[in-house]
Write a protein that binds this ligand. Structure first.
Ligand code: A2P
Length: 274
């Protein structure tokens, strides 16, 4: 089984989950069934993915109790602001067909809109009302995190950021550690492009593991939450079969050397650099 991480509000999140970005609404429920069968208990979607209804169907169709599945969704940029965020949440819940969410994130800070603090206050209210267990953010830079804390006294439980061997985000992770914010990795496999490196192959060969498994194991050992995406049953199984081996300190240090600073960073998806 997948270990959990305890967030700063006491909520426990399975450290590995299924990301469903780019999965078609019509296909995602079948993939979720496959993932739940393989042992996944954590699904990460977003309003912007256009597949919340399919995610909801996948959860409704499985025979697991609702409380055994950790479900994350995210508020899109055009729904920022206090009232708009509350409405955005209602829309998301309507599509998912759930009465409570496990984690709700602000998808991007969009600082030029000047609304993320108000948006954050709406998420705090949703948590206080018990409609969501934990609240957090995605793609927030240190300044944005600090501003939320200054203005509301409430740190996000998690910040979901791009993180893979070519973009390791050491400084950002250190900020999170100091602020008590968990780090969650999006594009944990670099959208499949981080897999070819010979060092990852070599390390994996020692344990009969693939490069993808080495990357995900590295993220587990960094203490991150990770949400690899796969639409293929074999690779879904592969990606969750990472709790029976451990990378040595030396191997962790070797992977650290693969950082190329190549990722998407910036406060807004339109201007974020690749
Ligand atoms: P597929 O759905 O065919 O498995 P990321 O999570 O970083 O965005 O990466 C997702 C991409 O990586 C998808 O294209 C997915 O393709 C591919 N992928 C996922 N798991 C593996 C794996 N274990 N080995 C190779 N490719 C993988």
């Amino acid at each position: 089984t997948v270990p959990t991480i305890t967030l700063n509000d006491g909520t426990r999140i399975p450290q590995l989950g299924l990301g469903v970005w780019k999965m078609e609404d019509g296909a995602v429920s079948g993939i979720i069934r496959s993932a739940l069968g393989a042992g996944y208990r954590h699904i990460d979607t977003a309003a912007a993915y256009g597949n919340e209804a399919g995610v909801g169907r996948g959860i409704a169709e499985c025979d697991l109790p609702r409380e055994e599945i950790f479900v994350t969704s995210k508020l899109w940029n055009d729904k920022q602001g206090y009232d708009a965020a509350l409405r955005g949440f209602d829309e998301t819940m309507g599509k998912l067909g759930l009465d409570r969410l496990d984690l709700y994130l602000i998808h991007w800070p969009m600082p030029h809109q000047g609304l993320y603090v108000e948006t954050w206050k709406a998420l705090i209210r949703l948590r206080e009302e018990g409609r969501v267990r934990a609240i957090g953010v995605s793609n927030f830079l240190p300044d944005h995190l600090e501003r939320l804390i200054e203005e509301t006294g409430e740190a996000p439980a998690i910040n979901q950021i791009e993180l893979h061997p070519r973009f390791q985000q050491a400084a950002q992770r250190e900020v999170h550690r100091k602020l008590g914010i968990a780090t969650e990795c999006w594009s944990p496999l670099g959208q499949g492009e981080a897999l070819a490196h010979p060092d990852l192959k070599r390390i994996g060969a020692r344990y009969a593991k693939s490069p993808a498994q080495v990357i995900l194991r590295w993220q587990m050992q960094l203490g991150c939450v990770s949400i690899p995406k796969s639409a293929n049953h074999e690779r879904l199984r592969e990606n969750i079969s990472i709790f029976d081996f451990e990378l040595t300190e030396e191997e962790m240090a070797q992977i650290k050397e693969l950082d190329a600073g190549e990722g998407r960073i910036g406060p807004d998806p339109a201007t974020a650099r690749f």
